[in-house]
Design a protein around this ligand. Structure first.
Ligand SMILES: [Fe+2]
Ligand SMILES: [Fe+2]
Length: 209
């Protein structure tokens, strides 16, 4: 009983830190040494909105990993999740910093996305190790593709924002590879397809709110 209460407090603390605290990053923010480009107000607003979407995605990644780790009893999986979650915390820090630099603000709906992703991750974990890892790998691949889309939509000269997205893309790709190396199952196509819907709702809404 006490162990369960302890676990609950730890998880609640993680949620609070993701949603309310300023995350810290062990690695320096990519592109720190690059000069700030002369962007138009419209380009700046657009870049801030895209980075708000990415920040929101990272909030969801925290909740997904947390949910998956909670319902998984495989030590190798929970260890891999904890390691990836550490890098996602860095992504959280980098995106929050860039949104602020561009004069934007973070999504007001973050607590809502966090709760939804936590339930999704917990559910995935209940399906057992191979499917849990399969869900993780597919999420990472979809995020990678989504980040590639952002690189196409960003102003060419915005090197600072691009550097962050490019590093995140490399990290997400590595997370997917780790999941496959640990035995991730390839999800059925309809499941992959279904996963795109909540992601689409989140990315569209957080661009504006
Ligand atoms: Fe990430
Ligand atoms: Fe990731």
């Amino acid at each position: 009983m006490i162990a369960n209460i302890d676990k609950l407090i730890i998880e609640f603390d993680k949620a609070l830190r993701t949603l309310a605290a300023t995350p810290a990053s062990a690695r320096a923010t990519p592109g720190t040494a690059l000069a700030e480009a002369q962007l138009t107000d419209a380009d700046k607003r657009h870049a801030a909105a895209l980075m708000r979407v990415n920040h929101c995605g990272e909030v969801c990644a925290q909740a997904l990993y947390q949910g998956q780790a909670l319902s998984s009893d495989d030590a190798a999986v929970t260890q891999a999740l904890a390691l990836a979650a550490r890098e996602e915390t860095e992504h959280l820090a980098w995106t929050a910093q860039r949104v602020a630099e561009l004069g934007g603000r973070l999504s007001l709906l973050n607590p809502l996305w966090y709760a939804g992703a936590l339930v999704l991750g917990y559910t995935a974990g209940k399906f057992g190790t191979r499917w849990n890892l399969g869900f993780l790998a597919e999420t990472e691949r979809q995020v990678e593709a989504h980040l590639e889309g952002h690189l196409e939509r960003l102003a060419r000269e915005d090197a600072k924002t691009r550097a962050i997205i490019e590093q995140m893309k490399r990290d997400e790709s590595a997370h997917a590879r780790t999941a496959y190396s640990l035995g991730a199952a390839e999800l059925p196509a309809p499941v992959k397809h279904a996963m795109r819907l909540p992601a689409l709702v989140m990315t569209q809404a957080s661009y504006w709110v």
